[in-house]
Design a protein around this ligand. Sequence first.
Ligand code: F6P
Length: 534
Amino acid sequence: MKLAVTRTGLDVPEPLRTRLEQDDVVARLVRKDATLWGPDAESEAAVRLGWLDLPATSRSLLASLAELRAELVAEGLDRIVLCGMGGSSLAPEVICRTAGVPLVVLDTTDPGQLLSAMTELERTVVVVSSKSGGTVETESQRRAFVAAFARAGLDERQIGARFVVVTDPGSPLADTASAMGARAVFLADPTVGGRYSALSAFGLVPSALAGADVAALVDDAEQLAERLAEPGNAAMELGAALGAAFHAGRDKLALADAGETPVEGFGDWAEQLIAESTGKEGRGILPVVLESPEAPGSSGPDVLLGLVGAGPSGAGPAVGVTGPLGAQFLGWEYATAVAGRVLGINPFDQPNVTESKENTQAILAAGLPDEQPEATIGAVEIRGTAAVLRGVDLSSHDGLSLTLDALLAAVPPRGYLAVMAYLDRLRDARAAEVRTALAQRTEQAVTFGWGPRFLHSTGQYHKGGPQVGVFLQITGALDEDVPVPDQQYTFGTLQAAQAAGDRKALADRDRPLLHLHLTDRAAGIDQLLTALHC
Ligand SMILES: O=P(O)(O)OC[C@H]1O[C@](O)(CO)[C@@H](O)[C@@H]1O
């Protein structure tokens, strides 16, 4: 099956089509012309287009991956835990979900979620994936697993044999991998950025070790790669549609898995690709991951519905993309690069991501801020900016409902509300229902992200995109905490510092923000959902 793109209710205007043709974008992109995104982006683009070659170059990984998987299974090591953030874990999660094979993805600093991953150690192999090799979440998780294996009685050599590392050549993680005697190290192509790395070792290594058929993925991508030089190819059509929608004022892309598609959870991967690539210089396309094509938020004056796995069935505006997963990855990457050109931004940098990271480090050094709640209602402590809380009667018996009403009222027309939950996405999964409940009550887009994962995805858009966002941050009390080995802080402190660091980054931009801290997570989520449904 080939990649196919269909549209309803959205035209690609002739001038845009002509411009893309006259500028020879199709031919220039496949020959990796770094000038496509303007002079400011040129030096970065020159070292960021390696993803176009991956369908051919990644083939060389397949034999060694099959061998390594067989070796691990023979030793009874059949549980794969992947430590990695953003582009280093989102693709393997979709690949494994789609293939129906188990992969434990650890992309969090939540101590509870970490502890649930640190089980069944006797059958566990940990894949540590980080391009830069310097991502604090990933390095902290690696240390925690080393300590857990040691507690389980493994010696140094045995511990090393439980780790597989994926990183860029020369990164600090490459050095650590050899120092710890990691069982295998895969050095990835440094000319591929994190969110474009689905078909590289970052996507393939953990997925193959978990049992997914990654050869099929590469085959499917290669079939599309062969057509990418053709004018009007499907990926070009998708990029043109995203660009046309943006210029028509439809700068929210509501993404849903659709139809009989075997692709599962694609929206979470595409969300990072689109948000981090386009959300900068005060513009961008905001991906809104929907629970289903009919979920609230699938239509609106600023929305384009994007269906993965089926053509659009209604009047639109919508775009449907069908085809196998390998082709979907490559097609959306290509389309995002094209959309970047249409929007006039550099789709390969993430200039605002470091800000929250730096705030986090400063907070870890100085200590967590002491911010007293404005009110505590049941299991929910309420804090927030004046733009949300001014005039809200927090002493009222329905103070939480009134607060949420005020939050919704603060979202401007064509703006958005971002829910950011620094919780355990397994145990506190019901928190995601807050998105649907809020989206039912507003015309504006409502997104949901698990912290700190979203910091490596929509976090770029929040800070670098149009400043029309309103934010709901949810944090929760800890049942247990876990020290980060050889650091002065625990995972719980790191998680709290990440949340506080991001609050600071948003406050520095005067964005309206409501911070709800759940003193009892389950009770607090219940309370929130009740307040939203009444
Ligand atoms: O693979 P790394 O270097 O750990 O980075 C993880 C993620 O962090 C970012 O660099 C920035 O948030 C993403 O672009 C990337 O996918």
